[in-house]
Design a protein around this ligand. Structure first.
Ligand SMILES: Cc1cc2nc3c(=O)[nH]c(=O)nc-3n(C[C@H](O)[C@H](O)[C@H](O)COP(=O)(O)OP(=O)(O)OC[C@H]3O[C@@H](n4cnc5c(N)ncnc54)[C@H](O)[C@@H]3O)c2cc1C
Length: 388
């Protein structure tokens, strides 16, 4: 009985939060998304509303000022936001991966210092792993952090880093011992604020506009030893990979959002657009497209839900998160192309949202571990979980 009541209270809390998110999206995001994206403009007013809603603390524990949401509720928020404008979700998603690294691996002092400011959105950021010569193979990074008095001197370049222009700080993966074997033992994660020794430039890209992606150069940048996450060198790769499960569920949820938005706009359009004297929804070829798009979106949603529930139970879920990420992001790519075909020339037009989904969706197959890497992770887990 007590368990059922707890569940009912959680369901009610989730319904209230999702309702608030829906109202925010309809009032503050949908009306401006098209123009801001066309101008590649960072959505300052939307970010202020996101602070009020508590989105920057969505998954941060309540004891540190966050909302303490489950992965299941969080993924539903991400799906909803991405169905309207995916870039808005990136502004709090990457930030929360940084926060999660501190919450899971940081010292108590670090949690008390940083997490309340992350939760309020007073300090915002993301994660800086990728370098010009290392993305999938993170152990190949070259950024170094050399001991200097009561801190480190950091040198190197990070690229394609979300929230790096508008954000205040990043969780940066560095080599504290470049000679270490195996290589991951020489890797550490540290919070680096922007300032002296850090320069950043904005990168141009196909889609995912509005949110800033940047290249950062660290030139003898001094970082206090207190900013080393967990206070111990050599654990950086493990700390960041631990957080990527939630990151993958979140990218998968974005995929569901785009796949669903493409479906909904296609169903609407297919009922309005007429050819040969009837709505195109009455042509069997179009019906097949809609059926396939709906099945893809729904299967993706179920995989995300399964992975999020496993995560919330505290289970190891790289297999489930990998499957969700792989399937849902491919569903987004598939549905965005099908939506474009179904809309004919209007799908190719800047006036409609379809071309934006078509430009945004492929990023999902690259970020948070490419889909090739997801297949490798899934297969390794399949083998590990099945004794020969
Ligand atoms: C808009 C945008 C935002 C981003 N935001 C961030 C961010 O906030 N923080 C961050 O750190 N990074 C970010 N990235 C970078 C992203 O995480 C990397 O692009 C991604 O990890 C892939 O790395 P890569 O581009 O270096 O490709 P590579 O690692 O060079 O891979 C190239 C190709 O080879 C394939 N490949 C690699 N290894 C294998 C293998 N063993 N087997 C089979 N195929 C393989 C890959 O799947 C890919 O198809 C962002 C990228 C973009 C475009």
């Amino acid at each position: 009985m007590a368990v059922a009541e707890d569940q009912a209270a959680l369901d009610e809390q989730e319904a209230l939060i999702l309702d608030a998110v829906d109202r925010f999206l309809e009032r503050d995001v949908r009306p401006v998304a098209h123009d801001l994206e066309a101008r590649d403009e960072w959505p300052a007013k939307i970010v202020e509303k996101m602070k009020d809603l508590g989105l920057f603390g969505a998954t941060i524990g309540e004891e540190y000022g966050g909302l303490g949401l489950s992965a299941a509720t969080y993924s539903k928020i991400v799906e909803r936001v991405s169905a309207v404008w995916m870039s808005v979700s990136g502004i709090f998603n990457s930030h929360l991966i940084m926060a999660q690294a501190v919450e899971r691996a940081g010292t108590e002092e670090q949690k008390r210092k940083w997490l309340p400011k992350f939760a309020s959105g007073e300090l915002r950021g993301g994660i800086a792993l990728t370098e010009p010569d290392a993305g999938t193979d993170l152990q190949g990074i070259r950024t170094t952090a050399r001991k200097d008095g009561n801190g480190y001197r950091v040198n190197g370049t990070k690229t394609w880093i979300s929230n790096s222009v508008q954000g205040h700080l990043l969780a940066v993966l560095v080599k504290t011992d470049p000679q270490a074997e195996p290589r991951h033992r020489g890797m550490s994660l540290m919070l680096i604020e922007k300032g002296e020794g850090v320069s950043v430039s904005k990168l141009e890209k196909l889609g995912y506009k509005g949110i800033d992606s940047g290249e950062l150069v660290y030139d003898d940048c001094f970082v206090p030893a207190d900013n080393l996450i967990g206070g111990e060198e050599g654990r950086g790769l493990q700390q960041i990979l631990g957080g990527l499960e939630l990151g993958r569920i979140n990218v998968a949820a974005r995929g569901v959002g785009i796949a669903r938005a493409c479906l909904e706009e296609s169903v609407r359009y297919a009922q309005q657009r007429k050819t040969f004297g009837k709505p195109i929804a009455d042509h069997q070829a179009i019906q097949f497209k809609l059926a396939d798009m709906a099945t893809q979106a729904e299967a993706a949603r179920l995989l995300v839900e399964q992975a999020a529930k496993a995560y919330d139970r505290g289970e190891r879920c790289d297999l489930e998160a990998g499957m969700a990420k792989l399937f849902a992001t491919e569903a987004a790519v598939h549905n965005s192309l099908e939506a474009m075909r179904l809309h004919g020339a209007y799908g190719y037009s800047k006036e409609f949202n379809i071309e934006r989904y078509y430009r945004d969706a492929p990023l999902l197959a690259i970020g948070e571990g490419t889909n090739e890497l997801q297949r490798i992770i899934i297969a390794k887990q399949l083998v590990a979980r099945s004794p020969a």
